[in-house]
Every structure is written in structure tokens, then in C-alpha cells.
Ligand binder design. Sequence first.
Ligand code: SPV
Ligand code: MG
Length: 267
Amino acid sequence: MKKTEQFRNLLNAKSLQYICEAHNGLSAKIVEETGFKGIWASGLTMSGSQAVRDNNELSWTQVLATAEYMADVTTVPIMLDGDTGFGNFNNTRRLVKSLEKIGVAALCIEDKRFPKTNSFIDKDQELASIEEFCGKIKAAKDTQLDPNFSLIARTEAFIAGIGLEEALKRAEAYRLAGADAILVHSKKKTAEEIESFMKEWGNRHPIVIVPTMYYNTPSETFEKIGIRLVIWANHLLRSCIKAMQETAKEIFERNSISTVESKIVSV
Ligand code: SPV
Ligand code: MG
């Protein structure tokens, strides 16, 4: 089955689905081998793995090159974190064309301004107007050649602190503009914003979430309130940073590799 079709099936599955972050070919392969049915090409971790800010410091062609490595070595669909689309609707259009060529199944864009700032940083969370962002959604949907390529529209209304009403208004506008799913982001320690959103939203259209900050919420809660897709967004990069720090330290302090050999994968 084509990757685009696989991704659509994930979005429209009867039960809650999960995808996991990757930031290069190797981590993408690990995500697939573990059993995940999809991959989140995270802007935060693609940036972090090059030690640059999650602030559009990677160019869009550098992001694309990274995604191509990931797509080449995997058979499950990739949803690319396209930030704000790397510019205006014309940039978004070119992005969609390129993503289809390299075999990425889905694109997520968010309603902030270029250059975007990571959602967990308090400053500079100014949102694009609804009209401008709907223009990007329509441009993306008009451009795709494969009817199953998916566009996920992400609202940062809760992140920007402008509340439930605005989140609902934006999500509905993005649905009507043609988005295949809506990602609602929150940086609260609990899922209260997401739960209040779902109460009003109902089953209108697939909802995707990123529970990085409300990590203690059981997945059964997400299933119960009708979430379709959960993204585990950054945990492979965060775990490998820790592993690399520990290995580097042990080798450095002992001037020897003898004690690490049994703790790492074989050559
Ligand atoms: C990412 O993984 O880059 C995301 C999710 O966009 S977050 O970092 O939570 O904003
Ligand atoms: Mg991101």
C-alpha cells in the first residue's frame, strides 16, 4: 500500500493511533523496526540533532534532505513537521511538490509566523491571521498530485494563550479550507485544554495531539475523548543525547573503551 494511503488509514482508523519522532535515516529505521505505523519528522529534533534552534535555522532544503534519508530507508509513512510552510503560500506550494517527489506522505503546518519559535518557549508566539493560514492550506491542497497526500493544519491558539474559543474558530476554519486533520497543541501539564476542545469539537474531523508536556495523561483518556493520532514527538533524540553523554564521559574519564563495549551495539 502506498505510504500516503497508509497515512490516511491511520488518520481514519477506528482506534487511537500513535506515531513516533525521528530525525534522520537511522532513527526513522528504528521507529519502523520497533513497530510504529508512522514517523513524525520533528522540526525540533531535526534541528536539535544539528545543534541549531527550532527556529527555522535549518533551511527548508536541509529539512527536505533529512526527510529524504528517512523516506528512503522506511516503508511506513512520514508526517513532516513543515513549521509555518517556510514562508508564504507559494513556499508551501513548492514544499508540497517536493515532499511528494521524495515520498513523504503528509505535511503538518502551523499557524504561526516565519521564522517560527518552538511552542514551549514563552516569547514570540504571534499567530498568522486565519485568512492567511487558510490560504496556505488551500495552496497545499491544490498542489498535491496524489489525492491521498495529507495536510494537517496545526493551531497554536492555546500555545499563544488566546483560548478555547479561538482554538475552535481556527480549527473549524482550517477544516473548511480543506485540511485532512487538525493538530491542537497545548503546553499545559495536564490535558485540560485538549479535553475542553474535544468536548466542543466532537467527532467533526480527525484531531492530532502532541502530549510532550502533559506526559502523565494516560493514553486511555485520549482514546476516550476521541483523539485519532498521538505524536510522541522528541523522545528518541532526548534519549540518545543522554546515552551519548554517558558513553563520551565514561571513555573520556577512563581513557579506555573497555567498560563501554558491553553496553553499546556491536560494530
Ligand atoms: C516538533 O516536534 O518539532 C513539534 C512539536 O513541532 S513541539 O516541539 O511540541 O512543538
Ligand atoms: Mg516543530
